[in-house]
Design a protein around this ligand. Sequence first.
Ligand SMILES: NC(=O)c1ccc[n+]([C@@H]2O[C@H](COP(=O)([O-])OP(=O)(O)OC[C@H]3O[C@@H](n4cnc5c(N)ncnc54)[C@H](OP(=O)(O)O)[C@@H]3O)[C@@H](O)[C@H]2O)c1
Length: 257
Amino acid sequence: MEPTRIVISGASRGIGAALARLYAAPGVDLVLLGRDGERLAEQVALCRAKGAIAEAVLLDVRDRDGMAERLQALDAAAPVDLLVANAGVALPTEGPLPDAATAQGEIETNLLGALNTALPLVPAMVQRGRGQIALVSSLAAFAPLPSSPGYSASKAALLVYGLALRERLRAEGVQVNVVCPGYVDTDMGARYRGWRPLAMSAEQAARRIRGGLARDQAVVAFPRRLALAARASMLVPERLRRLGLAAFRFRIDPAER
Ligand SMILES: NC(=O)c1ccc[n+]([C@@H]2O[C@H](COP(=O)([O-])OP(=O)(O)OC[C@H]3O[C@@H](n4cnc5c(N)ncnc54)[C@H](OP(=O)(O)O)[C@@H]3O)[C@@H](O)[C@H]2O)c1
């Protein structure tokens, strides 16, 4: 069954916004969560233009108590069918070595922020015996990227947490899926200085995600060839992995605004 009440974090731009626009249709009720009110309002207007009910919620996913309170109120008003924990950051990689502040900042938003988004609705979904939670990780979860250990680690932890939660909630009727995109042309992608094989638009990524979630795939990983290579990188001997990962050195520039 297609979800009709959907909450998406990080919906002010990029993949989250594309996903909101893709699901937007008459009979669909969307909640778009983020920090940038102006951009959220633009996306809300686009979703409404497609016939959906849509509202913006200004929240920082790092605010655990604020997230819990607001999400539970949203769910009490109308039960959420699909929750997409998509908000994420790739912090600028400045200096020759990764630093603790960058690693921790990425873990705070990408891992803890995702848990702040997903977990408050679990009890209500379990009680109803239905609901779906999608955690947006990355193909970086499978590949220990030397240019961005903090990002890789945050996404790997989210992948493992998601798969564990999936198994835990399976018997309760709640579906959990982990989404692992490759390179996507968004603001985040535009700040990436390095090789981006098989890059795709946010709209293409959104279609892959919707399809994977409809099929209840445990891991929605795409594009297929890059996903295979990323997964294989953890299985091959270190010397081979080193060779492969040498092509994936990069830099993340600071955001423009
Ligand atoms: N682009 C890629 O190549 C790629 C590849 C693999 C995985 N991903 C993952 O896909 C997800 C979306 O990425 P994207 O490329 O669409 O990035 P993006 O264009 O930079 O958008 C990121 C979104 O996350 C929101 N966000 C960031 N920090 C937040 C916070 N603390 N609280 C609330 N919202 C926050 C931003 O909203 P505000 O600005 O309104 O706060 C924005 O809507 C991320 O989890 C990313 O790691 C991206």
